[in-house]
Design a protein around this ligand. Structure first.
Ligand code: PLP
Length: 363
């Protein structure tokens, strides 16, 4: 029996979108492919509020994170860290021998513009990595405000991991002057895993021509060359591109503002519920609009809760991530999930933990 996913990636994929994956294959050097690619570009640019090309990576998000730091750091990268994924980006940067420094704060706190300013004043950096939505903690960093600070340093490029936010919240790529903004499609895009996208600014493409090449598969200059022909350098995940094309059409039909509003509404429902029965992990004011990381204030067994929901209700949520595994649990409210589905899930949790009734099973 299929377990309906309320996990912050992968997320539930609609049956009609799954069908798109079995579209008869076309050749990636054919005119039909060029049309598919060009059509996807038009829609991705709308979704990301950008004129920049949006590259398609046959990899999970990690590949696009690697592409950003290997192609766009000339001098030194500042890795802003307040969760597991921003920490991972720093590790990716180090693993590729790209010069970098970590700036770390507590996982339940948001990165603030002043903190970034203080680091950039040193003049050491020409790139900054920032995670929009920390999926490990359900925290949304104030990207627009941080972007404003970064823009005051003309040589510093802002590289943003928007993996669990893109297609769920507005990303104003050009207004915020994001040089590289990436996401994997298995989160708020509600597509199967295995494909990532990234919008890359013109000045970033220019710099990538001069940074010593550190990668072949993830070479931005090569990707750009192919992009101009509506192609990818190597054979792309063609089934995924059919699904992406169809899903972008669905998003635009829903309306982007409507889609973002639905995410905001779902977030409110889960946040209110979490405040009533538990608590919310990150500091107030920075709660994510695509997932909620709930503090286990009742001392319930998170692993039992997760298993019980899966075996008895065919619903799958996530436990906490890494060091906060048993201290928190996470509910994703992103992608194509609707408010009534979220309400159904919350009811099921109330029953499992017996929040309404007598003593809870684990009280
Ligand atoms: C899921 C996630 C990643 C890693 O994505 P993969 O697609 O598994 O490589 C990176 N950053 C964030 C914020 C994520 O949510």
């Amino acid at each position: 029996m299929h377990k309906r996913l309320f996990t912050p990636g992968p997320t539930e994929v609609r049956a009609d979108i799954l069908k798109e994956l079995s579209t008869p294959q076309i050749h990636h050097r054919s005119p039909e492919f060029g049309e598919l690619y060009a059509g996807i570009q038009v829609k991705l640019k709308q979704l990301l509020f950008t004129e920049n090309p949006v590259f398609l990576f046959t990899s999970s998000s990690t590949g696009a994170m690697e592409a950003a730091v290997t192609n766009l750091v000339g001098k030194r990268c500042l890795s802003l860290i307040n969760g597991a994924f921003s920490k991972r980006w720093h590790e990716i940067t180090q693993a590729n021998a790209v010069p970098c420094d970590a700036f770390s704060i507590d996982w339940d706190k948001a990165l603030k513009p002043e903190m970034v300013e203080e680091q950039l004043e040193t003049g050491k950096y020409d790139a900054v990595t920032l995670v929009l939505n920390e999926t490990s903690t359900g925290l949304m960093n104030p990207v627009a405000d941080i972007a404003e600070v970064v823009a005051r340093y003309p040589d510093v490029f802002l590289l943003v991991d928007a993996v669990s936010g893109m297609a769920g919240v507005k990303i104003d790529t050009d207004a915020w002057k994001l040089d590289f903004v990436l996401a994997g499609v298995q989160k708020a895009f509600a597509l199967p895993a295995g494909l990532a996208v990234a919008a890359v600014s013109e000045r970033a493409l220019a710099r990538s021509e001069h940074v010593p090449p550190r990668s072949y598969y993830f070479s931005l200059p090569n990707m750009y060359k192919s992009h101009k022909k509506n192609q990818t350098p190597s054979t792309p995940a063609i089934p995924h591109l059919f699904a992406l094309d169809a899903q972008l059409t669905n998003m635009l039909a829903e309306g982007l503002e409507e889609r973002f509003a639905r995410h905001e509404k779902m977030a409110k429902v889960v946040q209110n519920w979490a405040k009533k029965y538990f608590d919310i992990y990150p500091e107030e004011g920075y709660w994510s609009k695509t997932l909620t990381c709930i503090k286990n204030t009742r001392g319930v067994s998170i692993s039992e809760l997760v298993d019980n929901l899966a075996s008895n209700y065919n619903l799958r949520i996530s436990n906490g991530y890494g060091p906060i595994k048993e201290k928190t649990f996470r509910i994703a409210h992103m992608g194509d999930t609707q408010i009534d589905e979220i309400e159904g899930l919350l009811k099921a949790i109330e029953t499992v933990v017996d929040l309404q009734g007598r003593r809870g099973e684990w009280d």
